[in-house]
Design a protein around this ligand. Structure first.
Ligand code: ADP
Ligand code: MG
Length: 615
């Protein structure tokens, strides 16, 4: 008896539907993608009962003539590719020619379509894969596809559907994603007779984001700083990412589009994370509306039927460009940030005397000395000054940080001084709980976490040294031996040189053992071996494409904390001023090397709301 038989077309389509049509949201996605491929300028999505009872997608795209309308319901019928070679460079959202027949095989299906110049349109009714009617129709030019009673003929699949609310939420999220990728297209979404949103076609992505996510969410974003013009076929990076300090607990807000297609891609995710590096807290995810446009031949979208996954031909190139763009963007955002703390002069508010302890009282009780930038600090009028606690005006352009880590020689004087910001527009009020420095600026109250601030300063100082090849190494009293498993040993062997440059003296003794004889002086720890192991783990986890510099940064970030001013270390005013000056001179002043904020602003508006002066 023969056991092998060809499946009927309908069953084959139902099998394919298993991959393409998972739930109502996937129907919506496929249909809207078709509308976009047909160059629609307006798309309307209507659903009922979570899309299980009805999904209807109508567009004003180019439509189909009767032959095409009939053909598009056949499996592997597509207008988007012709040959195997076309697969190598897909520029449309669809290309598999599977969606329509698959959907039609698991629902009651109606297609109405009409080309712009045609006298009449075509209407086709399909029931569970069987074409039941083909006739003329008078619909407007464009295409409308109606999908009713999804999975009516596949009860097993139907059982897997969740509540109507959950299904509708998936639908909405897919529409949002598609709408973000195509801001110029007008989208209307109607659920159970109620219009959920109507997005006008807009020219700018940010307007679409604002329409979808709201003013506040849009305000958390900063535009990617990358070349607008790229050579033909080159990689263009655009869109928006969250400002430093903006993050989410899940990856949900991390949206990535490659050639207009929403995708999930580990290379991109990794690069985003690395770009944020110390501006992102552990376990948090960046917010992004990231658009990569590249030669379609440089990316393979034919990885999975849902087309959510892509593969880059040259992942390294994409990764590097992206890391650089994210970094540049975050560091450029610094200018904005500094401005917001510095701009206009302070309002005339009588300073408050806080009930500080005597030492702190001493520290805040004098008009501040002019700083080198020439900015005169607004005087703080308080209690009579005791003997001077204030440093003479600094002579060098950039004073050495007060809290230099135990590294022997001072920073090279030849080093060009970074632009000086000064705390000119801050008024120091005092210190709360020996941790939070209280200041006022034009907008209200500013709180600085002195520990986090100092971590950031130390981190950047050490990184500068690393970049300048200026890290010192301290001989260990007794060299230690490190035993590694073969994989780690191999990794270590390949990274001996960069580790050396960071001041970690390691020598390969063969068969997985290494001798450790020196460490950077800022790594003063009781258990050098376990720390080293920790560092190596972290560095390995950071990925193979990681730059040497990044390896160093990672290590510094992990260790800097041990040396920073602690929460309850009491600082004098001049130390505080220096701390703030140094912080503002940092490249990324707004967060510590672990991504926690260093400063928080409470605006007058916020305070007024809290005190009920304003609603
Ligand atoms: P694919 O999109 O992968 O080509 P589909 O099964 O989704 O496969 O669609 C088959 C074909 O039907 C498309 O290639 C396209 O030519 C045509 N088509 C589908 N939807 C529309 C639409 N909304 N407007 C115009 N043509 C469409
Ligand atoms: Mg399609």
């Amino acid at each position: 008896m023969s056991r092998v038989a060809l499946l009927s077309e309908i069953v084959a389509s139902q099998v394919a539907a298993g991959e393409v049509v998972e739930r109502p949201a996937s129907v919506v996605k496929e249909l809207v993608e078709n509308s976009l491929d047909a160059r629609a300028t307006a798309v309307e999505i209507v659903i009922q009962r979570g899309g299980i009872a009805l999904v209807r997608v109508s567009d004003d795209g180019h439509g189909m003539d009767r032959d095409d309308a009939l053909l598009c319901l056949e499996r592997h019928a597509t207008s988007k590719i012709r040959t195997g070679a076309d697969l190598a460079a897909i520029a449309t959202l669809g290309f598999r020619g599977e969606a329509l027949p698959s959907i039609a095989s698991v629902a009651r299906f109606r297609l109405a379509t009409r080309e712009a110049g045609a006298l009449v349109g075509t209407e086709i009714l399909v029931n569970g894969g069987r074409v039941e009617k083909v006739r003329d129709c008078g619909d407007a030019p464009g295409t409308s596809v109606e999908v009713r009673s999804l999975f009516f003929n596949l009860p097993a699949r139907r059982k897997f559907l969740r509540s109507e609310g959950t299904e509708a939420a998936h639908v909405e999220s897919h529409i949002q994603t598609l709408a973000l990728a195509h801001p110029a297209v007008r989208f209307t979404y109607v659920r159970d007779g109620r219009t959920v949103f109507q997005l006008p076609g807009v020219r700018r992505l940010l307007d679409r984001i604002r329409d979808l996510a709201g003013e506040e969410a849009a305000g958390e974003l900063t535009m990617i700083d990358a070349p607008r013009q790229v050579p033909p076929g080159g990689l263009k990076i655009s869109g928006f990412i969250g400002k430093p300090g903006v993050s989410r607990a899940t990856r949900m807000s991390q949206r990535v589009f490659i050639n207009g297609r929403a995708v999930e891609n580990a290379v991109v995710n990794g690069a985003l994370r690395e770009g944020y590096h110390t501006a992102l807290m552990k376990g948090r995810y960046p917010v992004s509306y990231l658009f990569l446009d590249m030669d379609p031949a440089a990316v393979d979208v034919n990885v999975h039927p849902s087309k959510r996954e892509v593969r880059f031909r040259e992942p390294g190139v994409v990764r590097e460009a992206l890391v650089a763009a994210v970094r540049r963007t975050l560091e450029a955002g610094r200018a904005d940030w500094t401005r917001s703390f510095h701009q206009a002069p302070l309002p005339e508010v009588a300073p408050l005397v806080l009930p500080l302890e005597q030492a702190q009282m001493d520290a805040v009780s004098r008009p501040m000395a002019p700083v080198d930038s020439g900015v005169i600090r607004p005087p703080i009028t308080r209690i009579d000054p005791p003997e001077s606690l204030f440093p003479p005006p600094p002579t060098s352009a950039r004073p050495a940080p007060l809290f230099v880590p135990p590294i022997a020689d001072p920073p090279k004087p030849a080093e060009p001084a970074p632009p000086k910001n000064g705390t000119g527009q801050f008024n120091l009020l005092g210190v709360l709980g020996r941790l939070y420095v209280l200041m006022e600026n034009k907008d209200g109250l500013v709180l600085v976490d002195q520990h986090a601030a100092h971590e950031r300063i130390l981190f950047e100082e050490l990184r500068r040294r690393l970049e300048a090849n200026d890290t010192l190494s301290q001989q260990l009293l007794f060299p230690l031996t490190l035993q590694m498993n073969p994989r780690d040993a191999d990794w270590l062997r390949r990274h001996l040189e960069p580790l050396q440059r960071m001041g970690i003296g390691l020598e390969d003794f063969g068969s997985g053992s290494f001798k450790l004889d020196s460490l950077p002086p800022f790594l003063q720890v009781e258990e050098p071996l376990s720390l080293l192991r920790e560092i190596i783990d972290a560095l390995q986890a950071a990925g193979s494409g990681t730059s040497k510099l990044r390896l160093g940064e990672e290590m510094i970030a992990k260790t800097v904390c041990r040396h920073a001013v602690k929460a309850n270390d009491r600082l004098r005013e001049r130390e505080l001023v220096r701390l703030l000056d140094d912080l503002l001179a940092c490249e990324l002043p707004y967060c510590c090397p672990h991504g926690r904020p260093t400063m928080i602003q409470f605006s007058y508006a916020e305070l007024e709301r809290k005190f009920g002066r304003r609603t």
